[in-house]
Design a protein around this ligand. Sequence first.
Ligand code: DGY
Length: 321
Amino acid sequence: MKIYVTRKIPQIGIDVLEKAGHEVEVSPLDRPLSREELKDAVAGADGILSQLVDQIDGEILDAAGKQLKIVANYAVGFDNINIKDAQVRNVLVTNTPDILTGSVADHAFGLILAVGRRIVESDRFSRAGKYQGWQPFLLLGQDVSEKTLGIIGLGKIGSTLARRASKGFGMKVVYYDRDSVNKDLDQEIGARAVSMEELLKTSDFISVHVPLTPETKHLISTPQFELMKKTAVLINTSRGPVVDEQALLEALQKQDIFGAGIDVWEHEPELTPGLAELENIVITPHTASATIETRDNMSRVAAENINAALKGQTPPNLVKS
Ligand code: DGY
């Protein structure tokens, strides 16, 4: 069967598809496809292996044709796909959960340390030749160990971060999750489920791990920044629009919070003007899952989902609306 891959991915996934006897076409362009290009490219495909930047809706699915059976997203997040449009057309949608949990949790913790200890700012300072010798007040940051980490959204990534923070750094963990209380985690590391308001008021570091939905858009905005401690650090490795970036800019400019670390931006690849000029933010370009091992695994898992669907099986990582 015919599989269209919307951008070059690690070869392992292509091999998995070809070994199953599929004809695989990979976009030759080293950039996301425009909507028109995507519509043309997917025509006749039985499976589409998509990127999180491809907006897949009814129009794209119809352009592919009635033979289309699966869209396998090369990401754990799937807010770029209109699941209802897929369901009414009997097209399965899959994602790549679990395999990127550790790398994203590591990145979130990297941002906690980078912002809390002003590591990137210190690097810029040193490279600029500004260091004149040891000083008592030079680039003072926030301790991380023993502090309170507030996790918003206690899914797999949130709970992995919680364990690392507690076991490795002795942090106290509080969390807010709309749907769940994790009794095992509470017992294992003494984590505590709290209200959103309590989390915002009491956490030293706040890390966001919710999917992007209409309900979570701008979950963190001016009223939430106003509740945070002046010394708080906000980390976002989930989806950019979960944090109102204009409100973040203002909170950082007014020093209403100590700092922020963002791997995801509200309007990727554009950054809200003014953010890049601030010292109290560390910005990475949606690379939290970008390790060689994880990207290989994402490629393999996306391909395995396609193979299962095209064999008429339920793919391992089917997502539902
Ligand atoms: C995902 O898989 O959703 C991540 O954002 C990719 O880095």
